[in-house]
Design a protein around this ligand. Structure first.
Ligand code: GUN
Length: 283
């Protein structure tokens, strides 16, 4: 049996369409949601992501305040820019596109973004709230993955979820969100022995390793929901995920394609967080 292909573009569109009305309602109250996107340097992938984010903002009536600054920007200059954005009432959300050039200290920047404007959800306040199960901005990609499961009726409650990857921006937060939804969660990483055996136990498998097709089709449990967060460019230029899609889809119950699965959800949830940040400023 072949898996149901999870259509991230469709789910993302439904979410952004609903946001359009919220943006209109905010504008009627005199608040135009504003997202400041900071791009340092010329990383081609980052430029592409930033341009997609800006386009989606515009299409929803969210004001995109682009801040494209040169590769050789100093830490001091970047910190000053963040300080200005923190204090600018037109800016409701701040996103600093990662990775930053090597000479800059990402952690210091993430700590500097005001908690009320941390729409990426990467700052200590947002991540602390996630651990504490308190309301706060959720990191966009993990939040988007949870929305995909929900949209396709996959309830994590009582299921065994396996997360491959332990990054601060994907692996760890998605594990916490699955736990919040009452899954039993195993987090695997590069030092995990028996990765295949562990993956085979997964009712929900989330792959966030960043290695092209590393998770093989025969590692998938029959009927599992497979969420592929990887975006890898192969030598022939083809875009693939972390999961061997063609083989995995013969065993999975649900699977996200790459592209068109998790990717569009990241931007949709960023828009969601930006609208939430703007709503919080309405008295
Ligand atoms: N780089 C890759 N993904 C992301 C993301 O979701 N947010 C930011 N700020 N940078 C990224």
């Amino acid at each position: 049996m072949s898996a149901t292909i999870i259509d991230g573009k469709k789910v993302a569109k439904d979410i952004t369409e609903a946001l359009r009305q919220e943006v209109e309602a905010l504008k009627a109250k005199g608040v135009v949601p504003g997202l400041a996107v900071v791009l340092v340097g010329e990383n081609p992938a980052s430029k592409k992501y930033v341009s997609s984010k800006e386009k989606t903002c515009e299409s929803l009536g969210i004001k995109s305040l682009g801040n494209k600054i040169p590769e050789n920007t100093t830490q001091e200059e970047l910190m000053k820019l963040i300080d200005n954005l923190n204090n600018d009432p037109k800016v409701h959300g701040i996103l600093v596109q990662l990775p930053l050039p090597k000479h800059l200290n990402e952690k210091e920047v993430m700590h500097a973004i005001s908690a009320a404007k941390d729409v990426d959800g990467f700052g200590p306040d947002s991540l602390g709230r996630l651990v504490l199960d308190e309301p706060g901005f959720l990191p966009c990609t993990p939040h988007g993955c949870m929305k995909l499961l929900e949209s396709y009726g996959v309830d994590p409650k009582g299921k065994h979820a396996v997360v491959v990857g332990r990054s601060v921006i994907v692996g760890k937060p998605i594990a916490l969100l699955l736990l919040r939804q009452h899954a039993t969660v195993t987090i695997c990483h590069s030092r995990t022995p028996d990765l295949k055996e562990t993956c085979l136990k997964a009712d929900i498998l989330c792959a966030a390793v960043g290695k092209a097709e590393m998770i093989k089709g025969d590692w998938i449990k029959e009927g599992a929901a497979v969420i592929d967060i990887g975006i890898n460019v192969k030598e022939d230029g083809k875009l693939v995920g972390d999961v061997e899609f063609e083989k995995a889809k013969e065993r999975a119950g649900f699977i996200t394609p790459v592209p068109g699965g998790v990717g569009p959800m990241t931007i949709a949830m960023l828009m969601y967080n930006t609208v939430e940040a703007a709503k919080a400023t309405v008295k």
